[in-house]
Design a protein around this ligand. Sequence first.
Ligand SMILES: [Ca+2]
Ligand SMILES: [Ca+2]
Ligand SMILES: [Ca+2]
Ligand SMILES: [Ca+2]
Ligand SMILES: [Zn+2]
Length: 390
Amino acid sequence: MTIGTQTVTGLAVGASATRTFSWNTTGVAVGGHTLVATHSLSDTNAANNRGTANVVVNAPVTDVAVTSISAPSSVTQGSTAAIGVTVQNVGGQNVSATFNVVLTDATAGVTIETQTVTGLAIGASATRSFNWTTAGAALGGHTLVASQSLSDDNAANNQSSVTVSVTPTPADLALASITAPSQVTQGDTAAVVVTVQNVGGSDVTSSFDVVLTDATAGNAVIGTQTITGLANGASATRTFNWATGGAAISGHILTATQKLADNNPSNNAASVAITVTSPSLHVGNLNGVAASNGNTWTATVQITVHDWRHNLVTGATVQGTWNGTGPNATCTTTAGGNGVCSVVLASIPNSTKAVSFAVTGMTLAGYTYKSSANHDPDGSSNGFSITVKR
Ligand SMILES: [Ca+2]
Ligand SMILES: [Ca+2]
Ligand SMILES: [Ca+2]
Ligand SMILES: [Ca+2]
Ligand SMILES: [Zn+2]
């Protein structure tokens, strides 16, 4: 059969002309073929008017190749990595058979996953996504090998590999808890208890600081403590003793922060609310004494002033009223008086068998009078008023 005809428009003496024929071998029988080239000019020497070449036509090859494998260069141990594998029919005929694409971890010697491809037309590609769960994978480099299982005419391109590094899970320290009393009297010390936990995937071997600040006071630092490392999952608790002598009498927000620059900064701090209250005074004891002066008598009431800790207070002024209607009386506790001062009502007629004295107020700069705390340890009064009998 004729493959093709081309025209040459004359040739000068000694000249040559070359023509190229494209032979489409689709449908051509497999085996040896003799191709014959002839020219059509009737010349004087017919013996050199043709040439031949022998060409062997081979059967079309079947060839599926793993053309690409995509993977992250590194993954955190415990996470799942997506590995994409693409196979292509690079041969000369369609592949109708189903074949497997297998992803293995050559470093660990395990098969990660097998997926199937249900045939590929000439030139077509198929991509499969594999999920590599690295929870049990050793740290370090892993060679992942993707291979296709079809027995084809070219085994050289049946697999491809990539190296993925499995890295340790970065540490994550969390400020797990912070507790404090809901209120503290100014001048007292409040214990603020802070717990830090290693909630990340690896041990923390370096030392790190935990800082307690008072957000209400411009984030003033109350204290800093150092924790010398924390194993994975472990907790450490530290107590900050907040001396409130200089703290404003108001609500305060105290914030504890762990200062290690870790993988997750969102859990590095926690806060607690605490109210600093003003120091208070109250009656710590009332005692009454009667003294006779012939036709009259004198009543003396000794008032003991306590602070909120029931310590004796110097310099507190006590106000009170005799007999409900008057006269009023005041006294001030002195350094030598052990927190006690006295009021005296003199010249009481002997016909008056008893008098009473009631505390109505108590003042000292920086303190408040907390009458609900009044008490009398020996039971001679109710802590608010006392009766003195002749
Ligand atoms: Ca010739
Ligand atoms: Ca192949
Ligand atoms: Ca953290
Ligand atoms: Ca008493
Ligand atoms: Zn007391």
